[in-house]
Design a protein around this ligand. Structure first.
Ligand SMILES: Nc1ncnc2c1ncn2[C@@H]1O[C@H](COP(=O)(O)OP(=O)(O)OP(=O)(O)O)[C@@H](O)[C@H]1O
Length: 328
C-alpha cells in the first residue's frame, strides 16, 4: 500500500518512518491478530487504532475504546467485563461492559501499560478463551473481537520491572506499529501545521492570517515537541485566539516555543565548541597533534573544525596572554 499526502482518516504526513508504520498497520488490519501501537503521547496512536478498525474485516462493527490509565483499579474490570445487578454495592442494574460492546468489532485498549497486574491476568483469559464473565454472574458470554492496544510506556521496561505480564505481552505483541515522535519527523511539521490551520483560516476571524515568517518557521522546526502532534495542534489553535493579520511572526507563537530558539541552543553549542578548541590549542601551545589528541579528534577533524570556526594560527598572535587565555 502506498500513501500520498492525504492519508486515510485525515492523517497527514510524508515522513518515511511514519508512512511505513501506517502501511504496516493497514496490512495487519486485514488479519485477525491483535495489534500493539507504541509511541509517545500525541503521536497519533488513537487515530491509527481507528484506521486499523476501518481497514479491517470488522469495519462495520463497533469501535470501542477504553483508556486503562483513566479508571481507578477498582473499576477497570467491571468496565471491561461488565457486571450483574447487585454484584456490588451501587450496581443498581446490570452493565454489559466494553468487551461486550465491542463484540463483532474492535476493542481499543489505550495506555495498556497502566493496566493493573490483576486485571492483566483477567484480560489475558478473556482474550484466550474469547469469552467474558461479568462480575457477579455465573454465565460466560462468547465474544468475537479484535484487540488493538496502545502504550506510550516502553513495555520492555515494564516487563523487566514485573509490572507487565510476559504472557499478555506475547499475546498482544504480534503486530507492532511504532509511531515516531514528531521531532524525528520534522519534515512533516509544516504540512501538519497547514493541515491544522486550514479550518481555522475559514473562520471570519482567521481569514487574514498568513503563513509563518522565516523566524517562526525556524521556531517550529527546532522545537523538541514533547507533546508531539497534539502539541503542534494546540500551538496552531493558540495562534487563532488572537489571530495576527498577515504573516505569523514568532511573537504570535507561545513564548515557551520562542524562548528556546532565541536563547539559541544551536548558537550556544557552536560558541562552546569554538571556546573548547581555542582553550585546548592554547593549553597545548598550539600544538595541533597534542590538541587533537586532547580533544579526542583526528588531526583532520581538528583542522576541519578550525576552518569551520574560522580559527587560524594567526589567532595565536592575536590572543592576548597565550598560552593560557582563549582570547574570546
Ligand atoms: N498524522 C496526523 N495527521 C493529522 N492529525 C494527527 C496526526 N497524528 C495525530 N493527529 C492529531 O493529534 C492529536 C493527538 O493524536 P492521538 O490522540 O491519536 O494521539 P495518541 O498517541 O493517542 O495520544 P495519547 O497517547 O496521549 O493518547 C489528535 O487530535 C489527532 O487527530
Amino acid at each position: 500500500m502506498h500513501f500520498h499526502s492525504n492519508l486515510p482518516h485525515g492523517l497527514v504526513g510524508h515522513n518515511v518512518s511514519f508512512t511505513s508504520a501506517l502501511a504496516f498497520a493497514c496490512k495487519a488490519a486485514r488479519h485477525q491478530c491483535p495489534l500493539l501501537i507504541v509511541g509517545e503521547t500525541g503521536t497519533g496512536k488513537d487515530e491509527v487504532a481507528r484506521l486499523v478498525h476501518a481497514h479491517s474485516a470488522r469495519a462495520e462493527g463497533p469501535f470501542v475504546s477504553l483508556n486503562c490509565a483513566a479508571l481507578p483499579e477498582s473499576l477497570i474490570e467491571s468496565e471491561l467485563f461488565g457486571y450483574e445487578r447487585g454484584a456490588f454495592t451501587g450496581a443498581g442494574r446490570s452493565y454489559a461492559g466494553r468487551f461486550a460492546a465491542a463484540d463483532g468489532g474492535t476493542l481499543f485498549l489505550d495506555e495498556l501499560g497502566d493496566l493493573p497486574l490483576a486485571s492483566q491476568a483477567k484480560l489475558l483469559r478473556a482474550i484466550e478463551h474469547r469469552e467474558v464473565t461479568p462480575l457477579g454472574s455465573l454465565r460466560t458470554r462468547k465474544i468475537d473481537l479484535r484487540i488493538v492496544a496502545a502504550t506510550h510506556q516502553p513495555l520492555d521496561e515494564l516487563l523487566r520491572e514485573r509490572r507487565f505480564r510476559y504472557d499478555l505481552f506475547y499475546r498482544l505483541n504480534v503486530a507492532r506499529v511504532q509511531l515516531p515522535p514528531l521531532r524525528q519527523r520534522r519534515d512533516d511539521i509544516l504540512e501538519l501545521a497547514a493541515h491544522f490551520m486550514a479550518p481555522l483560516r475559514r473562520t471570519p476571524e482567521g481569514a487574514n492570517v498568513g503563513w509563518f515568517d522565516h523566524d517562526a518557521v525556524a521556531c517550529l522546526l527546532s522545537h523538541h515537541w514533547p507533546g508531539n502532534v497534539r502539541e503542534l495542534r494546540n500551538v496552531i489553535e493558540s495562534i487563532f485566539i488572537d489571530p495576527p493579520e498577515g504573516a505569523i511572526t514568532p511573537h504570535a507563537l507561545p513564548s515557551y516555543l520562542t524562548e528556546r530558539t532565541t536563547t539559541g541552543w544551536g548558537d550556544e553549542l557552536v560558541r562552546q565548541e569554538r571556546r573548547r578548541i581555542l582553550d585546548t590549542l592554547s593549553a597545548t601551545h598550539w600544538n595541533k597533534t597534542a590538541a587533537a589528541r586532547d580533544l579526542k579528534w583526528s588531526r583532520v577533524t581538528l583542522y576541519r573544525k578550525m576552518a569551520k570556526h574560522e580559527i587560524s594560527c594567526a589567532a595565536q598572535e592575536s590572543t592576548p596572554g597565550t598560552p593560557g587565555g582563549s582570547g574570546i
